[in-house]
Design a protein around this ligand. Sequence first.
Ligand code: ATR
Length: 501
Amino acid sequence: MLCIPITADTNEKALQDIVQAGGEGHSRLADVIEIRLDYISHPDLERLLSHRPKPIIVTCRPTREGGKFDGPEEARIRLLEKAVELGAEFIDIEHDSIQHFRNRGKSKVIVSYHNFQETPDNLNEIYTRLSNSSADIVKIVTTAREITDNLNVFHLLEEVSRGVLQYAHTACKPVIAFCMGELGQISRILAPKYGSYLTFGSLAVGKESAPGQLTAKEMREVYHIDKIDKETALYGLIGNPVGHSMGPYIHNAAFGELGINAVYLPFKVENLKEFVQGFKSLNVQGYSVTIPHKEAIVPHLDGLDPLAREICAVNTVVNKAGKLIGYNTDSTAALRELEEGLGDLKGKKVTLIGAGGAARAIAFGLKQREAKITLVNRTNEKARRLAQELGCHYKRFEDVTKVDREVLINTTSVGMYPRTDDIPVPLEVFRPGMWVFDIVYNPLQTRLLKEAAERGCHTLDGLKMFLYQAAQQFELWTGHPAPLQLMERVVRERLIQQKPK
Ligand code: ATR
């Protein structure tokens, strides 16, 4: 179930938001609505509860548990008891206040625990303690400081679902559990897979009641949480940052189109080793890999496809019966786009900016096509080493304007949203008639391409390469042809929405 919290600061605005969240005259948003009384200075409970388009949770969170209510405890408890009298379906009360709460009527009592610092290791004990109270439902909300913190929550949820909790004295009570913060977003999306009683989504951007809350619309329309169940297969993007990636939009749309029970998640990963090891327990079926992990992931995999082995960089991982196998679809994708634009690449003088995983993939493909490659990189030494490995030229970054070139390719992330004013090369590089290809696709027209076009260059943006590499990875994962047109439409729509006004 998806719950929308109402965080308006007046009764009037809260009533409007309740109507909107309830979905009357709108598309379905909330299954349950949470009224946060602590956000409203003088809550009028009669009015707020008089019209209930959906079951209501009444919460009045004190400041000590991350809420806004700083009045006397008795007044707070009285408000909640009044909500019971008025027939609220659920009351949320903090674990350290439950003993003061006597009048529970027909309302279901959610006993909640919040931790804004961390995700402790003893979630089972906390669950047991809370479920040994008079709770009907237990709520445990922690903060993810590492992406692997989500695993503790999933583990708890699974044990509760299977009714095998080690310390529980009573039958397992339903639990709501997830991690807050950007790193905890995946636990909000996967709540239905692991059996959380409900999950939260905000009514709109800016109306979140806790850090990391996605909008209800995004939860439903991008991640299809209504379709997520125990059997849903997991896929995702390993990168850092991942917040502006189009991966979740295109892959989830493609899964939806083909009726495949799977979800694709953004994994913001700092410690790659811990992530890959830890997430094996979730049996993730496939990963996309992006900046800065394309090369670094290689030693953590169980095997490599021959092309990825030669390139020594991976942008796609496939789980084959528990073994993680690395592939590279960047190389074929970039070459396909370049050849569609330029035709035969044999003998073409190409300057490649960058010396990371994407540069390796493209340089490798260009070498096979017998192009004349010169590598240039911010860290000269890395370009020198890669050039030596590939048997091509390299130039110091300061000398980029001195390279004899017909084609210039940016393989770095410079110019990517939101730093769209950045450009990876000085403007003197451009010559009329030269081809300039930028692998950045967000925005489509990067500053590099704009300046190049103004100086008479032909340009290729990163969209096709992005789509081709994604389509090939989708095919490797699912064995089905990717719906390329749909994927392109989704990216274009998103890019337009994201454009600064
Ligand atoms: P990926 O594997 O996705 O290619 P990577 O291995 O981190 O990611 O490589 C990123 C490339 O972009 C590198 O060539 C990097 O230059 P350094 O080797 O000097 O780090 C380049 N890059 C990233 N940010 C840059 C910036 N602000 N200016 C110039 N080059 C940058």
